[in-house]
Design a protein around this ligand. Structure first.
Ligand code: UDP
Ligand code: MG
Length: 336
């Protein structure tokens, strides 16, 4: 370690967390103020409609370590975390929930493990308190899908509560895809990772922002942005149906020329028609899904827009981090 004390950036995405923020900041102070390392807190207000920004502003006014980035609208948790990662000044950055479900007491241990040489320290939920049976069940299904279809290096029950070292931070900052799935991206880097199990408490206040539907949507983002497997699956399905179709053709020829009983074929024709058009539609729909992703990426839009900041460097400004590597953006820049 250099002479400068180690600086930890704590990234908190907050969407309508007025009830939690007032508890989070004191909890962080209690857990970290007597540690040997320094810390900064990056609060990203993801377009909240409650007093989240006002509360964050007050904290920032009285403590220069607390920095605020307020989005112009709700861009989603993954975009908010991305903004935090983009602006973190620390030697390492850790992402936590605003609702104290990721205990700050764990942070010193995560820093210790990082300093031992682990680039990524992932906290794993070994127990979940105060979450409904449905939430736990969908969460289990979610992690099953992720491991099976996205990356088998992805650990089950590891959310976004994770510490990133400087190399992991640089890698993540260079990945500007629109459909973001940070845990998959972290696994993708292949950097040395350690799992730190913890027991996940219930939210201190407020309600979960993730309904069953938004969990499913998030799972689909994970699967479709990390693999072409759904496309391949639709191809396989097509091949299988086509093979079955040929077998049926052989049977049809047989009954026409050998048995000569072709009159009653109506049911099977209708059935085949329905199955085949179903399979075709599924395949086309999947293709459309990927084409839509390509379309969205090709626009090269920034991942978020910042409305307001507090305690951020002047140079960092509020200009969006553009998808600089992208050709459309580069072309637009050259024409200017
Ligand atoms: N969050 C966000 N933008 C959103 C939804 C959620 O920044 O659109 C934040 C939220 O404020 C919280 C974190 O993401 O700090 C995780 O959300 P939540 O606690 O509702 O999810 P859960 O822990 O129930 O899975
Ligand atoms: Mg939570």
């Amino acid at each position: 370690m250099s002479a400068e004390p180690f600086l930890l950036s704590i990234i908190v995405a907050a969407y309508n967390e007025e009830a939690s923020l007032g508890l989070l900041v004191p909890a962080l102070r209690a857990a970290l103020d007597h540690q040997r390392f320094h810390y900064e807190l990056l609060l990203i207000d993801d377009g909240s409609s409650d007093r989240t920004a006002a509360i964050a502003r007050e904290f920032a006014a009285s403590d220069p370590r607390i920095r605020l980035i307020r989005f112009s609208r709700n861009f989603g948790q993954q975009a908010a975390i991305t903004a935090g990662l983009d602006h973190a000044r620390g030697d390492a950055a850790v992402v936590i929930d605003a609702d104290l479900q990721d205990p700050p007491e764990l942070l010193p241990e995560m820093v210790r493990l990082h300093l031992q040489g682990y680039e990524i320290v992932s906290a794993q939920r070994s127990h979940r308190d105060g979450e409904s049976g449905l939430k736990r069940l969908t969460a289990r299904f979610f992690y099953f899908l992720m491991r099976r279809f996205v990356d088998e290096r992805m650990q089950p029950q590891v959310g976004d509560f994770r510490l990133y070292g400087p190399r992991a931070l640089a890698a993540l900052r260079s990945m500007r895809e629109q459909h973001r799935f940070l845990r998959g991206m972290a696994a993708w880097t292949g950097y040395r990772e350690i799992i730190l199990p913890f027991s996940r408490p219930a939210r201190v206040a407020g309600e979960t922002k993730y309904s069953l539907l938004s969990m499913l949507r998030f799972a689909w983002t994970g699967i479709s942005s990390f693999s072409a497997l759904p496309l391949r699956a639709s191809l396989m399905l097509g091949v299988l149906t086509a093979a079955a179709g040929f077998l049926y053709l052989a049977y049809a020829v047989y009954i026409t020329f050998v048995l000569k009983t072709t009159v009653h074929g109506w049911t099977s024709i209708v059935a085949l028609q329905v199955i085949l058009s179903g399979v075709t539609l599924i395949a086309v729909g999947l293709l459309g899904e990927y084409v839509a992703r390509i379309y969205e990426e090709s626009k090269g839009r920034p991942l978020y827009l910042v409305e307001e900041t507090a305690n951020l460097d002047q140079a960092e400004g509020i200009a969006p981090k553009a998808n600089v590597t992208h050709s459309a953006a580069a072309r637009a820049a050259r024409h200017e």
